[in-house]
Write a protein that binds this ligand. Sequence first.
Ligand code: HEC
Length: 282
Amino acid sequence: MAAHAGSEKPRPIDERRAGFARYKQDVKERGKPFYPYAMFHDTVMSLVVVSVIVALACIWKWTSWAPHHDGTHQGLLGPEYTARADPGTDNFVPRPDWYFYFLFYLLRIFKWPESVFLGTVGVPTIALLLLIGVPFYDLRRERRLLRRPLAAVGAVLVVLSMAVLTWKGATASEALASEVIADVPHWISQEKLPPQAQPGAKLFAVAGCTACHTYLGTGSSNLGAPDLTAIGTRNLGIQFQINHLKCPSCVNPGSPMPKFASLGDKRLKQLATFLEASKGKQ
Ligand code: HEC
């Protein structure tokens, strides 16, 4: 082996040791101590960042004195306060910010409940660990892309798949509520729902009830929630339905069903009317 030593490439470990020695030498000759140099640098920069935030907050606060036509106060940097959030809204579709679209779409690929763990924790965590680990497993000094086919292809694939997922997430057809509401005409005809029960049917489709309850085959059954196709045949009564919706666990102790009191009396009445009119397939 020794005979070949001269013509052999230097071992990677020796190269790294030499590099480290050069670095140490450099630090000795030209380096500056962290304190006070780097510390001063960081302190000044942090001060600048905080001052900009404080300045923006002041501009936001003190320019918003002109009432907007809808009663909100409009300022240079947007409204000071907008209308109060309505927790009972049924036309708001929650969507993530654009930079989360790829994760959002991952959740759609993995279906509840079997593989959702993969989409929420599995894939992102593995990807993050791989990223954090790069300095530990990628030890070669080679930096030219063409000499690193594996890394180059890997990087391109990651960027491509994130781009595709972001695109899919951005253009994904509107969430479940719209799919469920497409079934409402079917419910009306199958259950022969009278006109006064129909607003409640639409509400039932968009209020998230079908996340736990099934109704004529729509929705998924979760947390042991009963099928509501023929809930009306139990003749529980409008008042019972309203009370139960307002506070399920007050009526049925231990119920994991969330409270829907925030929907407001009018909508609760509509839901109750729909439930009581649901006598099963006629
Ligand atoms: C997070 C899951 C979940 C959601 C969302 C949900 N429910 Fe329930 N629901 C349950 C469970 C569990 C039960 C059984 C326990 C109980 O009766 O409270 C139940 C029971 C019911 C019952 C039967 C009550 C009884 O005494 O037999 C009705 C009616 C009902 N839900 C209507 C609705 C309506 C309407 C919505 C939407 C506004 C809704 N639920 C949303 C989980 C849910």
